[in-house]
Design a binder for this molecule. Structure first.
Ligand SMILES: C[S@@+](CC[C@H](N)C(=O)[O-])C[C@H]1O[C@@H](n2cnc3c(N)ncnc32)[C@H](O)[C@@H]1O
Length: 249
């Protein structure tokens, strides 16, 4: 891979082309995205997201300004609003208007002005510096072409004392389970994607992109390089996913 290239799943593509291809994936699956998550993870993604929001523990009794990047159809935002108090406000930011549209429809008027939706790139947030108490990104960073730029932007928009949390697919490190996981990923998920969304390729991208994402210790170093302190990570479900945490101090 040259400086000008990056990966889109197992393919090498020019850095400037990856985002368009990622956008096409999520445009294609937006309307069935939530259903597919339930089917292919057998509901496990709900437990992971629950654990993620429990790790964040939004306060019940004071103002809390939260940014959920690559927030898609709003799953993480809704959970944070339900766990937090009346002064918790969440901005859902995503580069894909179709994913946000599904999110806004799902939210309806349940949360009033405690939620807003912003169409923008994680690499260049149209947001003021030192504004947010916390930043989350769930199953999003793997899709961003310039991960280092997105991490620097996360650091910039957080207030001093603010927390960065990332939930992302990781590396299964338990013998035998890794084999079963690979067989399931490559044989079942794209076929399921074809049946449910009519698009096997997008789910082939999903399973390939997971394999190309840095292992958890390397990703932790990238978070530190963006300026975060006290960076830690915790694998869930034998390492199928991991939660990374860092602080702007
Ligand atoms: C797998 S979905 C995750 C959605 C949601 N966070 C969840 O956990 O269900 C990945 C999302 O990342 C978004 N995304 C991809 N590249 C992005 C970028 N550069 N900036 C912001 N969002 C991006 C996609 O549009 C998509 O909605």
């Amino acid at each position: 891979m040259t400086d000008e290239n990056t990966h889109f799943g197992f393919q090498s593509v020019p850095l400037g082309e990856k985002q368009d291809r990622v956008n096409e994936v999520f445009r294609s699956v937006a309307s069935r995205y939530d259903l597919m998550n339930d089917l292919m993870s057998a509901g496990l993604h709900r437990l992971w997201k629950g654990d993620f929001v429990s790790t964040l523990r939004p306060p019940k009794d004071r103002p809390f300004r939260h940014l959920d990047v690559a927030g898609g159809t709003g799953d993480i935002a809704f959970r944070i609003l339900e766990a937090g108090g009346p002064q918790t406000k969440v901005t859902v930011l995503d580069i894909n208007g179709e994913m946000l549209k599904v999110g806004a429809e799902r939210a309806g008027d349940r949360y009033g002005d405690r939620i807003d939706f912003v169409e923008a790139n994680a690499e260049e947030l149209p947001l003021e510096s030192s504004t947010y108490d916390a930043y989350t990104i769930a199953f999003g960073i793997r899709n961003v072409p310039r991960i280092d730029a997105a991490l620097r932007e996360a650091h910039r928009v957080l207030k001093p004392g603010g927390r960065f949390l990332c939930l992302e697919f990781s590396k299964v490190d338990v013998p035998l389970i890794d084999k079963i996981y690979d067989a399931y990923s490559f044989n079942v998920i794209p076929r399921m994607g074809q049946m449910v969304t009519g698009d096997a390729e997008s789910y082939q991208y999903l399973v390939e992109s997971i394999r190309k994402f840095p292992p958890p210790a390397a990703f932790a170093r990238m978070i530190e390089e963006a300026g975060f302190k006290r960076v830690t990570y915790r694998p869930l479900s034998a390492g199928v996913v991991a939660i990374h945490s860092g602080w702007k101090i």
